[in-house]
Design a protein around this ligand. Sequence first.
Ligand SMILES: C[S@@+](CC[C@H](N)C(=O)[O-])C[C@H]1O[C@@H](n2cnc3c(N)ncnc32)[C@H](O)[C@@H]1O
Length: 228
Amino acid sequence: MAEPGDLGATRAGYDAIAEGYAKLFRAELADAPLDRALLAAFAEIVHREHGDAEVLEVGSGPGTVAAHLDHLGLAVRGIDLSPAMVGLARRAHPTITFEVGEMGDLDVPGAALAGVVAWYSLIHVPQPRRAAVLREFRRALRPSGHVLLAFQVGDDTLHLEQAFGHEIALDFHRLRADDVVALLHGAGFEVTARLEKAPEGGTAATRVPQGFVMARKPGPGDGHGPPA
Ligand SMILES: C[S@@+](CC[C@H](N)C(=O)[O-])C[C@H]1O[C@@H](n2cnc3c(N)ncnc32)[C@H](O)[C@@H]1O
């Protein structure tokens, strides 16, 4: 089946800017105590409930977030649409597995994962496919598995035709936390936490609030939610 056209543009865009992006965001977590706190809480919850079961970062880019989760003790691997990003992540973090993959069609059996992290990657999925992507996360998660989403907050789409000296056609869909929560509920998740960080200025990405939502696939004995 032909892939949706936006995936080709996103892949080509990130292939072109991978080096520049990796340099700019290499230390992104060092200056982000709230982000680190959320990742630490996610790691603690997942590890406590699922031990060493696998966590997948979807849209892992240069691998910084996956490496941080690995450092926090999770058995994490990453997938990304962009082969250039996967190459950079493998070189920077040779002990972690990174593969080319698409978050809407995970190469993972059902109920296999303890966690799915989409850290600023769901922002590239157009609205009509977002619900299906969240259902795919749910399919891949074990009962009581967790999902963590990070995104820029807003109603608009930032379209970039140029970045890091390259011609691109990348769409960054800002999302409303209420809409993300509704989509998660619709996909059969229970929302366990949400946080909105005030804008910090600087780049187009940080001039808007940042949203974070954590959710859980219902587990045995929960007695609600659609069947796995
Ligand atoms: C803004 S970057 C975030 C990278 C990394 N999570 C981080 O925070 O540094 C978005 C990444 O998601 C990837 N991506 C976008 N759409 C994707 C999809 N449908 N499946 C897998 N990866 C995707 C892009 O190639 C890019 O590397």
